[in-house]
Write a protein that binds this ligand. Structure first.
Ligand code: ZN
Length: 216
């Protein structure tokens, strides 16, 4: 079933952003079940002026850092616009970084992103989402993608990503299409964070595959 488009106007979206920017305290991350996470986010077409966009991106980056997470999409703050921020500079153990092909990803913001898989290669690993708090599950995803997006300054970009970076790019762009990782996850692999930490935190998923009984 296709995701519905938001019923609010561009003016209402802008007002919602300004309200967020004025609100005291940290912005709340919207949780699964909220309709905004299931909508087709609207292309960014200048609903915010340059200063407003910059302030909104700064807020998104702060919320992502505080969570902590490696990406945040505007719908996760209740804003149905095709905007996301990505950054993965957290320290990770060497064996895990190698197994998951997890290279540091410097901060950047993407407007109106689209991705397409490159080649037939896939990778299966646990992932989680700040809007599905407390859970993780294995998702099999293309391990190489090409991402096209617009920079906040208006330039068009196209770049190839692989490994964990490709996973982040797909996860965040999927949010803008009303898709959550659980839609693509192997349901038998679903874990609460505490059980993941106790049993399945190895760099790869072989143990979980055997112990929980799934193919991926
Ligand atoms: Zn997410």
């Amino acid at each position: 079933m296709p995701s519905p488009t938001p019923v609010v106007s561009d003016a209402e979206i802008r007002q919602a952003v300004l309200t967020l920017l004025d609100a005291p305290g940290p912005a709340q991350i919207v949780q699964a079940g909220h309709p905004v996470l299931r909508q087709q986010a609207r292309d960014f077409t200048g609903q915010l002026d340059g200063e407003e966009l910059e302030a909104f991106l700064e807020l998104m980056r702060l919320v992502m850092h505080d969570a902590p997470g490696v990406g945040l999409a505007a719908p996760q703050l209740g804003i149905p616009l095709r905007i996301a921020v990505l950054e993965d500079q957290w320290p990770v153990p060497e064996d895990l970084a190698a197994e998951r092909d997890r290279l540091p990803l410097p901060y950047f913001a993407i407007l109106n992103p689209r991705y397409r898989p490159l080649g037939d290669g896939t990778a299966s690993f646990f992932e989680g989402c700040l809007s599905v708090s407390g859970l993780q599950a294995v998702v099999r995803r293309p391990d190489r993608v090409e991402l096209e997006w617009t920079e906040p300054g208006g330039s068009s970009r196209r770049e190839e990503f692989h490994g964990w970076q490709a996973r982040i790019v797909q996860h965040e762009t999927d949010h803008l299409d009303g898709t959550l990782y659980v839609d693509k996850a192997v349901t038998r692999s679903l874990c609460f964070n505490s059980e993941y930490g106790t049993y399945w935190a190895a760099p790869g998923i072989e143990g979980a595959r055997t112990g929980l009984g799934f193919d991926a």
